[in-house]
Write a protein that binds this ligand. Structure first.
Ligand SMILES: [Zn+2]
Length: 272
């Protein structure tokens, strides 16, 4: 990280003002443009049944990487506006009470999975091919974790979305490489958010980024100019809600994860 990046990261972690009014405004603008917000599972089911939704559809997806409390405040804004979205939670960010409120509102709660990067870290795996060789083990871990997620969360996930870890970027392999329809069908899961058949039905996709950039590849006001039929927004609470303690925990966790991986790599190097 460059010094300016570290400073920007620090500033965002501890001094950023909540951007919830901006979030509300964004959602209201999308509503005013005639969009209907739809949970991912509903959209996926329609696409899979070859009956894609009519009119403009907005798929609002929130990846809860580190901060369920921030997610709760974003959900509050959506509930007030009568919007139904999709929250993807990791096993480490499950908040049962929040999930119950979301489900009651009709918001979807799915599983944000990371078996491949977890295995790579624990075993100190140094390249993508060695992760690929663990395909069957990873499918087994995924089966167990979907069940575990259901038990802890109190809802069975209908869709899942791969989390992106630093190790995915380092090794050049994504967390969903071992997923296919057969595995998902077996578990009653309609879709993985990055599956081609699903992504190909999305007309425009934008994701939030840390300020000052804010959006990738374009800001919503630019994208809305062309009125895409199916608009996907990928959002992270960290970029919208000030939460110094959750951010500090996430940073520490990241340092620990990198240290654990380096130690395992050293050990793997010695034994092989
Ligand atoms: Zn994630």
């Amino acid at each position: 990280m460059a010094t300016s990046d570290i400073w920007a990261h620090f500033r965002q972690n501890y001094f950023m003002a909540d951007r919830l009014p901006e979030y509300r405004q964004l959602l209201m603008t999308i509503l005013e443009r005639g969009y209907r917000f739809m949970p991912m599972a509903d959209f996926a089911r329609l696409v899979r049944g070859r009956n894609p939704p009519e009119g403009r559809v907005a798929l609002l997806r929130i990846d809860v990487d580190s901060d369920p409390r921030g997610a709760a405040r974003m959900f509050e804004v959506e509930r007030e506006l009568g919007i139904r979205s999709t929250y993807y939670l990791r096993l480490s960010t499950i908040d049962r009470q929040l999930i119950a409120a979301m489900t009651q509102h009709g918001t979807e709660v799915g599983y944000h999975f990371e078996e491949a990067s977890t295995l790579a870290r624990r075993r100190g795996i140094g390249n993508a091919a060695d992760v690929e060789r663990c395909r069957d083990i990873l499918r087994e871990h995924f089966r167990k974790n979907v069940t575990l997620f259901g038990k802890r969360a109190g809802v069975t996930p209908r869709t899942v979305a791969a989390h992106g870890d630093f190790l995915n970027r380092k090794l050049g392999i994504s967390n969903n490489f071992f997923i296919d329809d057969a595995l998902l069908d077996e578990l009653g899961v309609v879709a993985e958010a990055y599956q081609k058949w699903l992504v190909s039905r999305v007309s425009a996709r934008i994701a939030d980024r840390p300020p000052p950039r804010k959006w990738q590849p374009q800001p919503p006001e630019e994208v809305l100019k062309s009125s895409p039929a199916a608009l996907s927004l990928v959002i992270h609470p960290r970029q919208w809600v000030r939460s110094p303690s959750a951010n500090a925990r996430a940073d520490l966790h990241r340092v620990w994860a990198e240290t654990e991986y380096r130690l395992k790599r050293l050990r793997a190097g010695r034994s092989g």
